[in-house]
Design a protein around this ligand. Structure first.
Ligand code: IMP
Ligand code: MG
Length: 179
């Protein structure tokens, strides 16, 4: 990608991401052996993570997608989470893993958890590529699988955007633009 003033310092290289995703996939494979888990990616940010993750999960499983929106076009939380696209599959009796790009305030996830738990899955866990170091120990303990714990800088690339831009960067970088 061409250099651009909004594309800041490298956070994790493609090699670092791939090796961590491989470890997460192996862990899911061990933990869900014989249970055919249902991996639910939260669009749009998690689409690249899910695509790599499924290729690292060595056991049979299914995928589904849902889209929620907790931000408008800016990087500031509106405090409102809205379902933009619901699931196709039923969750009753399924072992469900929510696949998220980043847990920032945790607002999106706590909403999703409540909503999906109400559909009676056999189990419900979270696999997040990134989690803010700032989230409290209680919220962090709720995240079964986390790729990397990161500071507060806005992150772009590997599916993560700013107002729909920069998702196509192959690595994770700090955004150095301004609102
Ligand atoms: P939360 O509800 O505050 O946890 O935010 C969840 C959503 O905000 C994530 O799933 C992302 O889509 C988005 N988000 C939060 N921080 C970042 C970031 O640094 N880069 C890109 N998207 C982010
Ligand atoms: Mg998201």
């Amino acid at each position: 990608m061409e250099p651009h003033p909004e594309i800041g310092p490298l956070l994790f290289s493609t090699e670092q991401i791939q090796s961590r995703v491989t470890e997460l996939g192996a862990a899911l494979g061990r933990d869900y052996e014989g249970r055919a888990p249902l991996l639910i990616a939260v669009l749009k940010g998690a689409f690249i993570f899910l695509a790599d993750l499924v290729r690292a999960v060595p056991i049979p499983h299914e995928i589904d997608f849902m889209a929620v929106s907790s931000y408008g076009a800016s990087t500031r939380s509106s405090g409102v989470v809205r379902i933009v696209k619901d699931l196709d599959l039923e969750l009753e009796g399924r072992h469900v893993v929510i696949v998220e790009d980043i847990v920032d305030s945790g607002l999106t996830l706590s909403y999703l958890r409540r909503m999906l738990a109400a559909r009676n899955p056999a189990s419900l866990e979270v696999c997040a590529l990134l989690a803010r170091e700032r989230i409290g120990p209680a919220a962090r303990a709720d995240l079964r699988y986390v790729g990397f714990d990161i500071p507060d800088d806005w992150v772009i690339g590997y599916g993560l955007d700013v107002a729909q831009r920069w998702r196509n960067l192959p690595e994770l970088r700090i955004w150095t633009g301004s609102h």
